[in-house]
Ligand binder design. Structure first.
Ligand SMILES: [Zn+2]
Ligand SMILES: [Zn+2]
Length: 388
């Protein structure tokens, strides 16, 4: 017992370091069955470790390696069947992954390849800093002003370190999609963007002596949401309460997602909702906003049809996004009207609304704000700290 406690305490007190390595599940969307791996620059060597089905380990050195997952063996490569392949470029080199007929991507770090349901599970062991830089560039795009990019990188680092448990059941820590953070590898950043990001290396957002629980999204349309309205009381933090995003003109006013409209026949939505929500009877249904949270973000929806069901605004947004596309039903900030046989959703902004508004951050940076001012605006009471 005492030993167990000691182990727990040691695990707790282990400092998070700037040279941390993260396990990222990559190519999540593409789920390949075949993959070509090389080292960059071309001609560099790749160390390959093949863990055979009986657990024996064989080591090889190659320039390129074609892998196939889920045939007769979990993973096949170099004429060998393996349960797992580990691929490591020599020091200072990178990996290049090619999905035949689709694309090439390059990454820093090393790879573990195994099989999952007939496809390749690709786990990248990425140095924290390489991951953070790529996420910041992928999230904000090539036109992002420098200070917004720096603020996004500080958040990306903080987010990664506080959300490492999210995909543990799948064998990695974070995925490479917006579910966690968008991560597309080394080509996301230009060399100019990399030098912009060098000045915030190792920086994180803290509240008191802890890392802050951060979040970000595309566009708030004038007011961000409070975490408790969107994710419930357990998500409440003093620095995650909605803020007005700008005075006479909102910081994110230039966003394409400022206003949106989505219309559909009421009967269609009712049928879908009936499949999802037990307790909703037959017949026509009435869809209304039951409770509006801070800044107009929907806290609770009410659906009535021979029985009444309430669901959170966040769950409703998630269902609608999944059914009709995140680019169509854009945010959790909307009103709904019944017009004849149709339901019309009149919405504002894009995303869940909690934390940093990315278009707002870019707007603030264009008006001269520094990364620290941007973060202070969206996360009041927090401070920028540095990893040891
Ligand atoms: Zn994820
Ligand atoms: Zn905004």
């Amino acid at each position: 017992m005492r030993i167990f406690l000691l182990v727990v305490l040691l695990a707790w007190s282990r400092p998070i370091l700037a040279d941390e390595v993260l396990r990222i599940g990559i190519l999540s969307r593409h789920r390949p069955a075949e993959l070509l791996v090389e080292a960059l620059p071309q001609g560099a060597k790749l160390q390959v470790e093949i863990v055979a089905l009986d657990g024996r380990v064989e080591k090889r050195q190659v320039k390129r390696l074609e892998l196939r997952c889920g045939g007769d063996a979990p993973v096949m490569g170099l004429g060998r069947a393996g349960a797992r392949f580990r691929l490591r470029p020599s020091r200072g080199k990178m990996l290049r992954l090619t999905l035949p007929g689709k694309f090439k991507r390059s990454y820093k770090g090393w790879l573990d390849l195994s099989e999952n349901k007939g496809l390749c599970r690709v786990v990248l062991h990425s140095p924290l800093e390489a991951y953070v830089e790529s996420v910041a560039c992928a999230e904000l795009g090539p036109a992002a002003p420098a200070e917004a990019l720096r603020a996004q990188a500080i958040l990306a680092r903080t987010y990664a370190l506080t959300n490492r448990g999210r995909h543990e059941a799948e064998g990695f820590e974070l995925c490479d999609l917006t579910h966690c953070q968008m991560f597309t590898g080394e080509q996301a950043c230009s060399s100019a963007q990399r030098s912009i990001l060098a000045s915030v290396r190792g920086q994180v957002l803290r509240y008191g002596d802890k890392l802050a629980q951060v979040a970000f999204f595309s566009t708030c349309a004038g007011h961000t949401a409070s975490a408790r309205d969107v994710w419930g009381p357990a998500a409440d933090r003093p620095y995650l309460r909605g803020v007005k995003d700008g005075e006479s003109q909102a910081h994110c006013a230039a966003s394409d997602h400022w206003r949106w409209r989505f219309q559909l026949p009421a009967t269609e939505l009712c049928a879908r909702l009936r499949g999802e929500l037990p307790g909703l009877g037959a017949g026509p249904c009435r869809v209304t906003v039951a409770k509006e949270g801070h800044g107009g973000w929907v806290r609770e929806m009410s659906i009535e049809a021979a029985g009444r069901v309430e669901l959170s605004g966040a769950r409703f947004h998630m269902l609608m996004g999944r059914w009709y596309g995140w680019g169509k039903f854009k945010s959790g900030r909307f009103q709904v009207e019944a017009r004849g046989p149709n339901l019309v959703f009149l919405g504002q902004g894009m995303g869940h609304g909690v934390g940093l508004c990315q278009h707002g951050a870019m707007g603030m940076a264009k008006k001269g704000a520094e990364a620290s001012e941007i973060l202070k605006h969206y996360f009041p009471g927090t401070k920028i700290g540095r990893l040891p």
